[in-house]
Design a protein. Structure first.
Length: 178
């Protein structure tokens, strides 16, 4: 792929990619590193993208989203997971409630800021399950943890988010997390 085309693609989709990576990162600098790594993977594998299979814009965005999510997971595995070993198998877990909640009314930036305060393990599982629609089985495979650990991390993430919301006087939202 020629450099000019790469630059145009990067410029057009940079904000979209960054919005995905910010959900997984502890801070903006980490998200920027993941975005750049993700674009390197995209440029390396661009020939694998088949625009004839679907409508070009939406299928490319889906492909880009998948690359960014997997790059964030790779970053997590390489840089963070070993620093945050938790006694996951001992923790109790609950199943998520799929009903709409008052959290739906929170601004995206507010929710992202709260999610970034979670530990890397909790943040990653929360994002994969709640925001990106992965199953616990898929999360377990991707992160090299048990399904129970994935469920436990999700439960703990929700608990921490509830506490964060209570501390910021958003009690109505805290009740809806779980």
């Amino acid at each position: 792929m020629e450099r000019r085309s790469q630059q145009q693609l990067y410029t057009r989709y940079y904000s979209y990619a960054l919005s995905i990576c910010l959900r997984y990162a502890r801070h903006r600098e980490e998200a920027l590193e993941v975005v750049n790594d993700g674009f390197m993977k995209l440029f390396r594998d661009i020939r694998r993208f088949d625009p004839t299979r679907y409508e070009l814009q939406s299928s490319f965005q889906g492909w880009l989203k998948s690359i960014m999510i997997h790059t964030a997971i790779d970053y997590y595995r390489a840089h963070v997971k070993h620093q945050q070993q938790l006694a996951l198998e001992e923790a109790a877990f609950t199943y998520p409630d799929a009903a709409p909640t008052p959290l739906d009314a929170l601004a995206y930036e507010d929710l992202t800021a709260l999610i970034q305060r979670l530990s890397p393990a909790y943040r990653t599982v929360f994002n994969l399950y709640v925001l990106d629609g992965f199953t616990h089985e898929e999360i377990a495979r991707q992160l090299g943890i048990s399904v129970g650990a994935s469920k436990s991390n999700l439960s703990k993430a929700r608990g921490h988010l509830r506490e964060f919301l209570q501390r910021t006087n958003q009690y109505a939202h805290a009740e809806s997390i779980g």
